[in-house]
Design a protein around this ligand. Structure first.
Ligand SMILES: Nc1nc2c(ncn2[C@@H]2O[C@H](COP(=O)(O)OP(=O)(O)OP(=O)(O)O)[C@@H](O)[C@H]2O)c(=O)[nH]1
Ligand SMILES: [Mg+2]
Length: 194
């Protein structure tokens, strides 16, 4: 099992020119605003508040890079589709995310996080197709699994599998509060670090 021995915030950036040149494999956490991206990173790294989280959507406003074990990087992305933001602002965020995913060569896996209680929409389907079109590996994670019972979680995973198509795409579930899903996610990361 991948053991986390060290984690540090490197920097935040909004444009490619600001990304750190770390030369290590990178894993990004993508999803709607408030999906639980920042909380999941804290949980994976066993840190309470290395990453800023918030009860209001729109907490993370730039791409934050974290170097872990001095050997790989986690990127915490701002959420998309925050209704309280202006359309112009949301478009600027979309451009920031598209630039990141399309130019970041060290990016190995995009974890697409969705609250397990929400139904995925056309936007998520298009996002997955866009990322896979860029040759990126996408892994779906249903977050906040503590909010549903075991049966409902199983039902959700089945319906997502149908919705996103019956490929070999992985669907994981996680809970930052109960620390569920940690081993599965770390195992996927470890699998890319060879
Ligand atoms: N019950 C429960 N709440 C969670 C979980 N993960 C996150 N939350 C809560 O959901 C809210 C949003 O969490 P964040 O981690 O800030 O979400 P984010 O996706 O980073 O949000 P943005 O940065 O705004 O895009 C916070 O109030 C968290 O406490 C979880 O696994 N279970
Ligand atoms: Mg965040």
């Amino acid at each position: 099992m991948l053991k986390i021995t060290d984690a540090e915030f490197i920097k935040g950036a909004t444009r490619q020119s600001g990304y750190p040149s770390l030369g290590v494999s990178e894993f990004a956490f993508f999803g709607r605003s408030n999906a639980g991206k920042s909380s999941l990173i804290n949980m994976l790294l066993n840190r309470k508040s290395l990453v800023k989280t918030g009860s209001r959507p729109g907490m993370t406003r730039q791409i934050n890079f974290f170097l872990v074990n001095k050997s790989f990087c986690l990127a915490d992305l701002p959420g998309y589709g925050y209704a309280q933001r202006s359309q112009a602002e949301n478009e600027a965020f979309d451009r920031m995310l598209a630039e990141y995913v399309s130019t970041r060569e060290t990016l190995k896996i995009i974890f697409l996080l969705m609250d397990v209680r929400r139904e995925p929409k056309e936007a998520e389907l298009n996002t997955v197709a866009y990322f896979e079109g860029l040759g990126k590996k996408v892994v779906l994670i249903g977050t906040k699994a503590d909010k549903l019972g075991t049966n409902d979680i199983a039902k959700t995973v089945r319906s997502w599998r149908t919705f996103f198509g019956d490929s070999d795409r992985q669907i994981l579930v996680s809970s930052a509060t109960k620390k569920n899903g940690r081993n599965d996610i770390l195992a996927l990361i470890a699998g890319e670090l060879k």
